[in-house]
Design a protein around this ligand. Structure first.
Ligand SMILES: NC(=O)c1ccc[n+]([C@@H]2O[C@H](COP(=O)([O-])OP(=O)(O)OC[C@H]3O[C@@H](n4cnc5c(N)ncnc54)[C@H](O)[C@@H]3O)[C@@H](O)[C@H]2O)c1
Length: 268
């Protein structure tokens, strides 16, 4: 009997990671490169990505294409997709990971411009990335998309614009999974809990407040970015070939504690 190949190897596949200069994005890039993928790394500027690109080259990974791309600019996203297709001839994997968490603000404090910026980066940009990087996937009849959402899609956050943007992103992922599943393109979401990165640095400044936050996490610690990346590595691989339209909550169990505590938790 033939043993089916359901391996996590990504040799011969081209993967695009947005927000790759950030904490979680860099970990995703290292993970997918270790699985054998050819990477296209995107962030605001190419300079931000050079240290990661040279680290991947030194580690023996395939040399990444590095693209500066402002994600609020539709033309920049379209051009980035064109560059990646010109370089590699195909796109197999898109990780729409870049995201923005503005300073704490209640609904009444939130300026319309702040709301719009959050929606632009966290929801409109993944839609545009799916449109332009997804086109070659649909043409080829295969591909895998993962969007980085957040537990804030389920539990209100100290920045009022953030959760709604991530809940919208979950709905976008489900829409993609239903429209593009029949055409060979899977879409899933990963929702991290508390991960220590530049985005969440302000929540880790005060040791007493960190200790209080960790009391709410059943695993009693924040996650390492690598613990998010490894689940994404599974989701985009053939090991997850029948997984489509799902949200993977990787939060150490914190969402389950909501009913057992009265204190509100700021959860980026
Ligand atoms: N850190 C956490 O605790 C946490 C928890 C839940 C979800 N998330 C989500 O994980 C994802 C990655 O977050 P992170 O913690 O690595 O944050 P990070 O700030 O370290 O990285 C985010 C990256 O996105 C890029 N980016 C932001 N706006 C952009 C724009 N307009 N154009 C181009 N690039 C842009 C930034 O330059 C940055 O490199 C985000 O979507 C975030 O919302 C993070």
């Amino acid at each position: 009997m033939m043993i089916p190949d359901r391996s996590m190897r990504l040799d011969g596949r081209v993967a695009v990671v947005t927000g790759a200069a950030g904490g979680i994005g860099a970990a995703i890039a290292r993970q997918l490169s270790a699985q054998g993928a050819q990477l296209t790394l995107m962030d605001r500027t190419a300079e931000m990505l050079e240290p990661l690109a040279s680290e991947i080259r030194s580690a023996g990974g395939r040399s990444p294409l590095v693209l500066g791309c402002e994600l609020t600019d539709e033309k920049a996203i379209r051009d980035a997709a064109e560059s990646a297709v010109n370089a590699f001839g195909q796109i197999d994997i898109l990780i729409a990971n870049a995201g923005l968490l503005l300073p704490n603000a209640t609904l009444e404090q939130t300026q319309t411009a702040e709301w719009d910026l959050t929606m632009n980066v966290n929801l409109r940009a993944p839609f545009l990335c799916a449109r332009y990087f997804g086109a070659p996937m649909l043409k080829a009849g295969k591909g895998a998309i993962v969007v980085t959402t957040s537990i804030a899609a389920h539990a209100p956050n100290t920045t009022a614009s953030y959760g709604p943007s991530k809940a919208g992103l979950l709905a976008l992922m489900r829409q993609i999974s239903v429209e593009w599943g029949p055409r060979g393109v899977r879409a899933n979401a990963i929702s991290p809990g508390l991960v220590r990165t530049p985005l969440s640095a302000r929540f880790y400044a005060d040791p007493a407040s960190v200790a209080r936050r960790m009391e709410r996490v059943p695993l009693r610690r924040p996650s390492e970015p690598e613990e998010i990346a490894s689940v994404i590595g599974f989701l985009v691989s053939d090991a997850a070939s029948y997984v489509n339209g799902q949200e993977f909550i990787v939060d150490g169990g914190i969402l389950n504690t909501t009913l057992s505590s009265s204190a509100p938790v700021p959860a980026p």
